[in-house]
Design a protein around this ligand. Structure first.
Ligand SMILES: [Zn+2]
Length: 332
């Protein structure tokens, strides 16, 4: 139960908001949320705007079979199968392409470049960067995820908050928030605190599903249901956040990615999303809608290579925009 007031203005930009959908079912059985949209910065967000870390322990406990998370689990395993895991990961999805390309083009020697991944999850992004010679480390609020990452990749991960890092006095050349801001109740504060850990000329790289890439008829909500995702940001919403925090911003141009690979665009209607819920049952187990079959290890690489070739051969539509946006925030 909650007693939060119904929003009348946008939590990001103070613009006018309207309720577009009442009682959308939650990720976990027995929950429901109203979906609001801001008329000024175009963000979609849910009410009540609350989450809890418990749901992530359930998600990471089932990451190998849970739709949406299973592919992260697979990427984690696959990084061990390729001689150049950074190149492999870069070619999987636009978000990895954007972030890794941005870091790789830095002219400094890899050993000098420090990177902090906030919300490191299963740990493979930090791992591929370390493997390529960068000084990368990861933090996550999920102790299950951190334990998994440490076990597979080594002692580069901790269950820590941004405040913990701030107290150490460490500063970083790159800070990664990959698909994190749509999960938190206060993304503005998160971006502010994360940017506070940047070294001079440092860059905060933020990826999130891009509402600006979704056709109008399906743009109210996409990807994970609340309270896993609480927000669906448009490029305009990210601009508003940057301006509010007095940060410089730009977006990574993904034309190179879309020239090389076909991209699956957002197309599910809100009713078809609704029919795939809940993903988790009340007891934290995976529901029949949430479960996928897992590719056995011996088939993993072959399946990936097949998917890679198909993605390269399929019809491409060249665009600077994909269903994921990568914003680069920096301090003057
Ligand atoms: Zn707004």
């Amino acid at each position: 139960m909650h007693n939060l007031p119904v929003p009348t203005t946008c939590p990001l930009c103070n613009g006018e908001v309207i309720c577009r959908y009442k009682q959308f079912p939650g990720y976990k059985e027995g929950q429901s949320f109203d979906i609001f949209e801001c008329l000024q910065c175009q963000v979609s967000f849910v009410f009540p705007l609350t989450t809890n870390s418990e749901i992530y322990e359930s998600i990471y406990n089932h990451a190998d079979v849970l739709i949406g998370y299973e592919r992260y689990y697979r990427y984690g395993k696959l990084t061990k199968h390729f001689s150049n895991p950074l190149l492999f990961l870069q070619n999987t999805e636009p978000s990895y392409w954007a972030v890794l390309s941005e870091i790789v083009k830095d002219a400094r020697s890899t050993g000098e470049i420090t990177i902090l991944e906030i919300g490191s999850g299963l740990g493979y992004t930090t791992y591929v960067l370390r493997n390529a010679g960068y000084k990368a480390e990861g933090i996550d609020i999920s102790s299950v995820a951190v334990a998994h990452a440490k076990k597979i990749y080594g002692d580069y991960f901790s269950t820590a908050s941004i405040a913990d890092i701030k107290n150490t006095g460490k500063r970083y050349d790159y800070i990664l928030l990959m698909d994190v801001i749509e999960h938190v109740t206060d993304p503005v504060t998160l971006i502010q605190e994360a940017s506070g850990l940047l070294s001079s000329n440092g860059k905060l790289l933020v990826t999130t599903p891009n509402k600006s890439s979704a056709p109008a008829d399906v743009s109210l909500w996409q990807s994970d249901a609340p309270p896993v995702h609480l927000w669906f940001f448009a490029e305009e919403s990210l601009r508003f956040m940057a301006k509010q925090l007095h940060l410089n911003y730009s977006f990574v141009d993904l034309t190179c990615y879309t020239k090389k690979f076909s991209v699956t665009q957002f197309s599910s209607s809100i009713e078809s999303l609704r029919s795939t819920l809940p993903r988790l049952l009340k007891n934290g187990d995976v529901s029949m809608h949430g479960k996928v079959s897992v590719t056995p290890d011996y088939l993993l690489k072959a399946r990936y290579i097949f998917a890679y070739i198909r993605k390269r051969l399929r019809k491409k539509s060249i665009s600077k925009r994909t269903p994921i946006v990568c914003a680069i925030f920096s301090i003057d």
